[in-house]
Design a binder for this molecule. Structure first.
Ligand code: C2E
Ligand code: CA
Ligand code: CA
Length: 765
């Protein structure tokens, strides 16, 4: 039967016990044996004594050797080899018994009854000595006792005669009594060993429990700490030390929970003294620079006498979660770049404000501001600098914003200020706002430095006033924006209050942008051509293609209106590709019977939005070759304002197209940033002076001065100069005198269909 773990351990204990008592046993036995031998000298044959004591000595040394070998073993080896060592021990014991038993044969004094009794006495003395040890193992005891006393008892019974038989019976009785005592004694030893084992087991599991608890306490992923009635922390685990920034437990000595500046936290800790368990969730600050957010529970600590001796606090540090949550909330309500409220938060506040305006109570205002020319700053200095400028602007505006007003970023360079209540009359309210904005502008009288450059910032500002709850927050924002655009379109930097009808243009724009797509599908566009005339010869040498839109409900819509809208909404690319396809197929009518093109060229308008597309050159040349048009018959009109933004890339594209044979004209010259200095850089062929300067050429000397200098310089650079919008003979004569090469205008021809143009050029030849 396999032993269970407990019995195994008990066996092991016994083995240890045997070997532990082995030296005493051996020495005792050996000493008694020596003593006995000495007594027997002269009474027994000396050789017999010699042999007996020699064998006894060998056995003694053999036993000592076993004892020493056993002691050298490790605990593990002892328990693994316990059976083997138990066998050795049995063998030694048995041999020991045999040796003592042999004394009844070898050194039994024949005729000396005193010595005989002495021997018997010694044998039993040794037996009793051993019994204490063997008692715990009954089979061993029987083996031992048999080996020891059987020879003697047998000798007395059958060899020495009647008188000895009685002694033999007595010895049998003594032996039996001895065995009974041993049995009883053995039980005591066994129980003792067993309870010792139980005790060891209990102690072990107790230690284990303690270890487990300690490691649970120390390494728990939550903070656990004990505090006493004085609210001092007595012990705390690693997590607690960590979250509060303590380096060791020693630092806890001066820490009192009573010093926490949070009544709720103190209350939760105090609750345990009323025997209560409490929880808390919120800020927790035990140490100056550790602002934590925690879930805290406290539990009373009860001592042996049933009194509350202190409390246990358990803290779950949720600072990171709360921070993340707060950040998320902040991110959705605050602008990341400038840290001020964003559009969402502004709209929330605006809705609240509107809802409070039930009885035409004081006016509220939404001020909408847009930085003038911010785009240009961004393009010149790069986005990082643009961001930098926005932050500087925001901090200046914040200086002026009143505490209850909401200052928000509603878009790239667009900001809004919500003022919830101002004055009861509109006039007073406007006075207040004007003052407010004056102070704002004042903060921008000093330039802002970007990359070492001074930049004076100006704003276009629109204001929407409201004093009831009849309009939605969206309407109010929209109207303030409309007012801002109206301000931008008038003189820069003025304040414009929203008025009804202001947003009609915006609405119109929106519907036109939508209609452009339909117009392409429904073929509502068509092309006309306006001849360009050589002033010297009065011959038509070229023509500019111009788009027309015949809108199904609105009638004819000017390209001056819808082209900028198409540019803004991106549909210009589609529109222009349509125009090129149409132009290149229509101008087939301009070839004569010999297949010769009857004009020098046809000019096409190219929006810079389109021109700056990365694949413009490829698209354009593909369309030209698709229609078998010679590039030298096509002139591209581009406006200078568009290409100045990215002049190097523009020059590269112009050069690439010129290499293919195309020519270039600068349209609207003089209206944009135009500087004659750029003319040198731009590899163009024609300058078109804008109608703006031509209109008053005859009556305004300044315009005449500009036009004549442009013509002069253009000629110097070897460029042809074309004047647009010539409507009368006086103007044409002036231009002729100034040396202008070409003109285009109603005085010559209005834009016309291709058939008409074809017939005019045919007549010319
Ligand atoms: P633009 O390129 O400067 O075109 C010249 C404009 O002046 C044309 O107006 C033309 O009809 C007009 N014009 C010519 N001579 C006279 C004159 O003696 N008196 C007056 N009052 N006007 C004259 P339009 O056709 O309305 O075009 C306006 C603008 O729309 C054009 O200015 C051009 O920027 C754009 N545009 C027109 N057609 C196209 C096109 O096919 N593609 C692109 N991208 N833009 C176009
Ligand atoms: Ca043009
Ligand atoms: Ca023009």
């Amino acid at each position: 039967m396999p032993l269970n773990r407990k019995d195994e351990l008990l066996e092991y204990d016994k083995l240890n016990f045997y070997y532990m008592s082995l030296p005493v046993l051996l020495l005792g036995n050996y000493a008694v044996a020596l003593f006995l031998s000495v007594i027997m000298i002269g009474k027994v044959d000396i050789y017999s004594i010699g042999i007996w004591i020699l064998v006894g000595t060998i056995m003694f040394l053999y036993g000592i050797y076993h004892y020493l070998s056993f002691n050298k073993l490790t605990e593990e080896e002892k328990s693994q080899q316990s059976e083997k060592w138990l066998d050795k021990y049995y063998t030694d014991t048995l041999l020991n018994g045999v040796i003592w038993g042999s004394s009844a044969i070898l050194i039994f004094p024949e005729n000396n009854s005193t010595s005989q009794l002495l021997l018997i006495f010694f044998l039993y003395a040794v037996g009793f000595l051993a019994m204490g040890v063997f008692a715990s193992k009954k089979d061993m005891l029987i083996t031992y006792v048999s080996a020891m006393y059987l020879p003697l008892i047998l000798r007395l019974l059958f060899w020495e005669g009647d008188k000895y038989q009685n002694i033999a019976y007595i010895l049998i009785a003594i032996t039996l009594v001895m065995m009974l005592v041993a049995e009883y004694y053995g039980n005591i030893i066994n129980n003792g060993l067993a309870s010792r084992r139980d005790f060891v087991n209990i102690k072990e599991s107790h230690e284990k429990l303690k270890d487990r608890f300690l490691s649970l306490f120390e390494r728990a992923p939550v903070s656990i700490y004990y505090y006493n009635r004085d609210m001092n922390i007595e012990d705390a685990n690693e997590n607690f030390l960590h979250i509060n920034g303590f380096r060791s437990k020693n630092e806890l000595a001066n820490i009192s929970l009573a010093n926490i500046r949070n009544n709720k936290v103190i209350q939760v800790h105090n609750a345990v003294f009323d025997g209560k368990t409490e929880t808390y969730k919120g800020p927790f600050k035990l140490v100056a620079d550790k602002d934590l957010y925690v879930k805290l529970s406290t539990v009373p600590l009860i001592n042996n006498s049933g009194e509350v001796s202190g409390g246990v606090g358990i803290i779950n540090d949720i600072t990171n979660e709360i921070n993340a949550q707060e950040k998320m909330i902040k991110n959705s309500y605050y602008d990341l770049l400038t840290n001020i409220p964003n559009r969402t938060l502004l709209m929330d506040k605006l809705i609240n404000t509107i809802n409070s305006k039930v009885d035409k109570s004081p006016y509220g205002a939404l001020i909408y501001m847009d930085i003038d020319n911010f785009k240009k700053i961004n393009e010149t200095y790069g986005h990082d600098m643009g961001d930098n400028l926005l932050r500087q602007a925001v901090s200046r505006i914040e200086d002026v914003i009143k505490k209850d007003d909401i200052f928000a970023r509603v878009g790239g360079d667009k900001f809004a200020i919500l003022i919830s209540s101002i004055r009861d009359t509109q006039k007073d309210t406007k006075g207040y706002i004007n003052n407010y904005i004056l102070r704002l502008k004042d903060r921008f009288s000093e330039p802002i430095k970007i990359s070492g450059d001074d930049n004076l910032l100006s704003f276009s500002i629109g204001v929407m006033l409201f004093n009831d709850n009849t309009q939605s927050a969206f309407d109010i924002l929209k109207k303030s924006e409309t007012a801002m655009y109206a301000a931008k379109n008038s003189a820069r930097g003025t304040i414009t209050y929203y008025e009804d009808g202001m947003d009609d243009y915006e609405k119109e724009k929106f519907s036109i942008a939508n209609d452009i797509h339909k117009a392409l599908l429904n073929d509502e566009f068509y092309m006309v051509y306006q001849p360009q005339i050589d002033i010297k010869t009065n011959k038509v040498i070229s023509a500019e293609s111009l788009i027309r839109w015949n809108h199904p409900t609105k009638g004819s819509i000017s390209p001056a209106l819808f082209i900028p809208i198409a540019e803004e909404s991106g549909s210009i690319i589609e529109v222009e590709i349509w125009t090129y396809e149409r132009i290149f197929s229509e101008i087939k009518a301009l070839y004569d019977n010999n297949g010769k093109f009857m004009l020098e060229r046809v000019a096409v308008n190219v929006s810079t939005v389109h021109f700056m597309q990365p694949n413009f050159v490829e698209t354009f040349t593909m369309l030209v070759s698709k229609h078998n048009i010679d590039p030298k018959n096509i002139e591209l009109e581009i406006t200078e304002s568009g290409i100045m933004r990215n002049i190097d890339e523009a020059i590269e594209k112009i050069k690439a197209l010129k290499d293919l044979g195309f020519t270039f004209a600068i349209d609207d010259f003089g209206t944009g940033y135009s500087s004659l200095a750029y003319l040198k850089k731009l590899p163009v062929d024609v300058i078109k002076i804008d109608k703006e300067f031509i209109d008053n050429l005859h009556s305004h000397p300044e315009d005449a001065a500009i036009v004549s200098s442009v013509i002069f310089i253009g000629n110097k650079f070897g460029l042809k100069v074309l004047s647009e919008g010539v409507e009368n003979k006086d103007t044409l004569d002036d231009l002729d005198i100034m040396g202008c090469d070409l003109y285009q205008g109603y005085y010559g021809y209005k834009p016309m269909h291709i058939e008409k143009l074809a017939s005019i050029v045919k007549e010319q030849t």
